[in-house]
Design a protein around this ligand. Structure first.
Ligand SMILES: C[S@@+](CC[C@H](N)C(=O)[O-])C[C@H]1O[C@@H](n2cnc3c(N)ncnc32)[C@H](O)[C@@H]1O
Length: 202
């Protein structure tokens, strides 16, 4: 399998523990913004432990996909606790096992930053999205402040990515970009395809 889906195979419990303070400090609110107005056939990529399940709107029929069996097992337990009807699939995000144009929305949180080839994943999303559909991304990115960006590049380069630079390269049009924290570190992106044919990554 490509990417680091398998990297999360072992430490899914630790990942949950790591994310707990993040959830309490803001992620719950960010996830609500991410999912607001999402409906119909929905693909959630990199669903992880299902931390976003509480924000799933009632009108969304969600298929969750992840490379890690341990993450998916936790997501399944959470869905059962919440009495949510959720379809879960184990797969590599670089090669999604879904037909073309099957989803009204594709949603993800903190995933593009962790895959091996984000351009390839974005082109897969273009393939499975129906014409006129929308992609929603919640990502930690390079902040607005140059000083903070410089510090992050040294201390935590993973948190200083200019993710938005990828979008036009694979034919995505930015419908909305919204900073969800005061530093602009966590942002919500809403995207659609500029043309019907997804562009292959260069
Ligand atoms: C940082 S976690 C985010 C989890 C969840 N979306 C959240 O907000 O808590 C990234 C997730 O993407 C999955 N992932 C990363 N690379 C992948 C790949 N190539 N194929 C499938 N899943 C992958 C990991 O297993 C992990 O569950």
């Amino acid at each position: 399998m490509q990417g680091c889906g398998m990297c999360y195979e072992g430490p899914s419990e630790r990942f949950g523990l790591f994310m707990w303070p993040v959830e309490v400090l803001g992620a719950r609110r960010w996830r609500e913004a991410l999912w607001a107005g999402v409906e119909g056939e929905v693909l959630e990529i990199g669903i992880g432990t299902g931390a976003g399940l509480l924000a799933h709107p009632p009108g969304a029929r969600v298929t969750g996909v992840d490379g890690s069996a341990a993450m998916l097992a936790r997501a399944e337990r959470r869905a059962t606790r919440l009495s949510l009807d959720l379809k879960l699939v184990q797969a590599d995000l670089h090669h999604l096992p879904f037909p073309d144009q099957g989803f009204d929305f594709v949603v993800e949180s903190f995933v593009l930053c962790s895959v091996r080839d984000p351009q390839k994943v974005l082109s897969e999303l273009a393939r499975v999205l129906r014409p006129g559909g929308e992609v929603r991304l919640l990502e930690h990115v390079r902040p607005r402040s140059d000083g903070l960006t410089k510090a992050l590049k040294i201390l935590a380069p993973h948190f200083a990515k200019a993710t938005w630079e990828l979008f036009p390269q694979v034919g995505w049009e930015l419908l909305e970009e919204r900073a969800l924290d005061r530093f602009g570190l966590v942002r919500l992106y809403r995207l659609s395809l500029t043309d019907q044919e997804p562009r292959e990554p260069a």
